[in-house]
Design a binder for this molecule. Structure first.
Ligand SMILES: Cc1cc2nc3c(=O)[nH]c(=O)nc-3n(C[C@H](O)[C@H](O)[C@H](O)COP(=O)(O)OP(=O)(O)OC[C@H]3O[C@@H](n4cnc5c(N)ncnc54)[C@H](O)[C@@H]3O)c2cc1C
Length: 450
């Protein structure tokens, strides 16, 4: 058990100030599912843990779509690191963005200064991949950050308000049409929630126009939605979406979007001022890795002990880790379960390494997949069992509620869900900050600023 409190006086050892410690320093970049699970595994052990993140909170990405569609407030699905680490004697959090790794001198360069490490762990996740289509990136919104979700919410509410003002029929159509690109879990869940907004909220809030005015398109390049799930889950989901009047366009991909007209590769056009892009992600890591360390999807190539190839003391976990072995030539799926399991596993590997003990290689235990389509409908693949409907939705609700960080957050989310289950009411339809698009590509952090 760690007893380093006597040495716990602040001393300037690096440009970023840290408590003095006689234990080896493990620097973790990124406090997502993977980074947080690793911190938990190293809590109060004989190591100094420094978590660096560009945000001061952990984000629960699976519920971003509910913030975007006014179902939940953002503070119920994010959790401050400092609150999480209360009582963790060996853990320090520093709010900074890591820009570069200089592994030859064991140094991390951040926007706030530098610091050294004995072991470094990259848990930086991914960012939205627009596949080089700059005009699409400039005019659409991704959903990879809580601010993206708020941008989507504000864009949507502002456009609906503007639609009530305009007398131009074509402009009104553009303002009330929504295109979601990508038929994975994020796109499907977003489409389902928007469709319910259209069915239950629109007639109450905007009596001036019929609910048929709001069209929701889901564009997917493959011939099915939720292609990573079973065929049964994919076909059930398609039926659920169609029953909610979502226009699903399969085997179709977006080739351009100028902010008003969506063009597809097959030559179709859709008039829409709302485009939400969930069609892909790409690894997001700082400078300092050469091409031999990078694999498909811009992930860091790691071995089965989660060590980055060619580096002795640098590890990668979660979405950013491309664990390429004979058994996993494409790496593991980029989902929360993989990230959590890798974080937990790496904690054991690091502690064993310090004691010169061998570690078992990482193996992923697939606990199943769930996706929801609006309220009361979901699909579940649990081993041999594939089912859908109300039972799957109940399971989805319980799993998500249990996984959210913080007792207060669980209560807030549970309370909101209970109200909306009985009333279909969403209480957060307020435009707090107006959404304004910037001209900048990759505008995710600046687009709400006026
Ligand atoms: C909309 C959406 C819905 C999803 N739904 C599901 C779902 O239903 N089920 C499921 O299993 N998975 C889902 N996922 C995927 C899941 O969220 C990811 O697999 C998971 O978050 C990966 O965890 P991670 O720790 O690797 O990265 P992340 O959770 O992305 O965390 C990365 C962290 O690193 C920080 N960071 C990044 N770069 C830097 C830097 N240079 N300096 C400092 N900090 C940095 C970020 O701020 C962030 O806190 C969803 C993802 C999205 C976007």
């Amino acid at each position: 058990m760690l007893d380093d409190s006597k040495n716990n006086t602040r001393k300037v050892t690096d440009a970023i100030c840290l408590p003095h410690s006689r234990f080896p320093r493990i620097v973790i970049v990124g406090g997502g599912f993977a980074g947080l699970a690793l911190v938990e595994g190293l809590k109060n052990k004989d190591v100094q843990v420094v978590l660096i993140d560009r945000h001061n909170f952990h984000q629960f990405q699976p519920l971003f779509y509910q913030v975007a569609t006014s179902g939940l407030e953002p503070d119920s699905i994010v959790f401050p690191f400092r609150k999480q680490f209360k009582g963790y004697k060996n853990v320090s959090f520093r709010l900074a963005e890591v820009k570069e790794i200089q592994n030859s001198i064991n140094t991390v360069i951040t926007d706030k200064g530098k610091l050294t490490y004995d072991y470094l762990v990259l848990a930086t996740g991914t960012k939205t991949n627009f596949f080089g289509m700059e005009e699409v990136e400039r005019n659409s919104l991704g959903m990879k950050d809580i601010r993206d979700s708020l941008n989507i919410r504000h864009m949507m509410l502002q456009n609906l308000e503007q639609a009530a003002i305009t007398c131009d029929d074509e402009e009104r159509d553009a303002l009330t049409n929504f295109v979601i690109v990508g038929g994975g879990p994020a796109g499907v869940e977003m489409a389902g929630a928007l469709a319910e907004f259209c069915k239950y909220i629109l007639p109450k809030d905007y009596p001036e126009y019929p609910s048929s005015i709001m069209n929701i398109y889901l564009v997917e390049a493959m011939d099915e939605v939720l292609s990573a799930m079973s065929d049964k889950a994919s076909s059930k989901t398609l039926t659920y979406l169609e029953n909610l009047n979502v226009k699903v366009m399969l085997k179709e991909s977006v080739s351009n979007y100028d902010g008003r007209v969506v063009k597809t590769k097959s030559g179709k056009t859709i008039l829409a001022k709302n485009l939400i892009w969930t069609a892909g992600v790409t690894g997001d890591f700082p400078k300092g890795f050469d091409e031999t360390s990078i694999v498909k999807g811009n992930r860091l190539k790691t071995d089965h002990h989660l060590k980055v190839y060619g580096m002795d003391n640098v590890f990668a976990i979660g979405d950013i880790a491309g664990v390429i072995t004979d058994e996993t030539p494409k790496g593991y799926p980029q989902v929360a379960q993989t990230a959590i399991q890798q974080g937990r596993h790496l904690a054991k590997v690091l502690l064993n390494t310090l004691l010169s003990k061998p570690s078992k290689p990482f193996t992923y235990k697939d606990k199943g997949s769930l996706a929801t389509v609006g309220k009361r409908k979901a699909v579940a693949d649990l081993g041999k069992f594939h089912f859908g409907g109300y039972a799957a939705w109940l399971l989805w609700s319980v799993v998500h509620l249990v996984s959210i960080s913080g007792f207060r957050n669980k209560l807030l989310v549970g309370f909101n869900w209970a109200i909306s289950y009985f009333t279909y009411e969403k209480s957060n339809r307020v435009i707090i900050r107006s959404f304004k698009r910037t001209k900048k590509v990759d505008a995710q952090y600046t687009s709400t600023q006026e």
